[in-house]
Design a protein around this ligand. Structure first.
Ligand code: GDP
Length: 204
C-alpha cells in the first residue's frame, strides 16, 4: 500500500535523545553513508519530491529528522555518516548517541540501511548492522542507485551482499537481515520497500 506514505510530514529535528517524541507507537530508522541516496529514497517512498529537503538544510544534516506517516508512526532519518570533514568530537557525539538510540528505543521496529550499490558494506555500515544484531532488530538494506548498473551486475551485487549478511552476522529473530535493489530515479523496488515499512509500522 503506497498511499499511506503520501501524507508523510516533517515533525521535528532532534540533536539529543531527550528531544525525541515519546517512545510510543512504531518507528523505522533510515541510516546510511552520506551520499548513499537516503534523502532521495525518503522522497521516493513518500512520493514527495521535497520531503527530505529538511535533512539537507545546513545545521540539520547532523540531527535526527523525524517524519510522521500517521499517528504514532514515524520515519527517523538518522544523520548520514562517513563524511570525512566532520570534526572528531562531533563524530564521537553521534556515535554515542546513535548507539544509545538503538539500545533504548522501544518503538524502533526496524532499520532501513541505504548503501550505494557500487560501494556496499563499508565499516560504518557494518557497525550499524552490529548494533542491530546486538538489539535483535531487523534490518533491510536498500542497494541504492541500482540504475547505475546493468541487470546482471546489479543482481550479482545483491547476491554477494545477501551472502555477506548471512555469513558475517548472527541471526536476528524472525525476519533477520534482508536486502533488495532500489532506485529513486526509476522507482525500481519501491513496492518492495513499502511492503517492508508496512510490516514494521503495522496498521494502515
Ligand atoms: P544522501 O546524502 O544519502 O541523502 O543522498 P542523496 O539522496 O542526496 O543522493 C546523493 C546523490 O546521489 C545525488 O546526486 C542524487 O541525485 C544521487 N542519487 C540518489 N538516488 C539515486 C538513484 O536512484 N539513481 C541515481 N542514478 N542517482 C541517485
Amino acid at each position: 500500500m503506497t498511499q499511506r506514505y503520501q501524507t508523510t510530514t516533517f515533525r521535528l529535528s532532534a540533536n539529543r535523545l531527550d528531544q525525541l517524541p515519546a517512545d510510543t507507537g512504531r518507528e523505522v530508522a533510515f541510516a546510511g553513508r552520506s551520499n548513499a541516496g537516503k534523502s532521495s529514497a525518503l522522497n521516493a517512498i513518500s512520493g514527495r519530491r521535497q520531503l527530505a529537503r529538511v535533512s539537507k538544510t545546513p545545521g540539520r544534516t547532523q540531527m535526527i529528522n523525524i517524519f510522521e506517516v500517521g499517528p504514532e508512526q514515524r520515519l527517523m532519518d538518522l544523520p548520514g555518516y562517513g563524511y570525512a570533514r566532520v570534526p572528531e568530537a562531533v563524530r564521537q557525539h553521534w556515535h554515542g548517541l546513535l548507539q544509545r538510540y538503538f539500545e533504548i528505543r522501544q518503538s524502533l521496529g526496524g532499520l532501513i540501511l541505504l548503501m550505494d550499490i557500487r560501494h556496499p558494506l563499508t565499516p560504518l555500515d557494518r557497525q550499524m548492522l552490529t548494533w542491530c544484531e546486538a538489539r535483535q532488530l531487523p534490518c533491510h538494506v536498500l542497494l541504492t542507485k541500482a540504475d547505475k548498473l546493468k541487470r546482471g551486475p546489479a543482481q550479482n551485487q545483491l547476491q554477494q551482499l545477501r551472502r555477506a549478511l548471512s555469513t558475517d552476522f548472527g541471526t536476528v529473530a524472525g525476519e533477520g537481515f534482508s536486502a533488495q535493489l532500489f532506485s529513486a530515479t526509476t522507482r525500481q523496488g519501491l513496492a518492495e520497500a513499502h511492503g517492508v515499512l508496512d510490516g514494521w509500522l503495522g496498521g494502515p
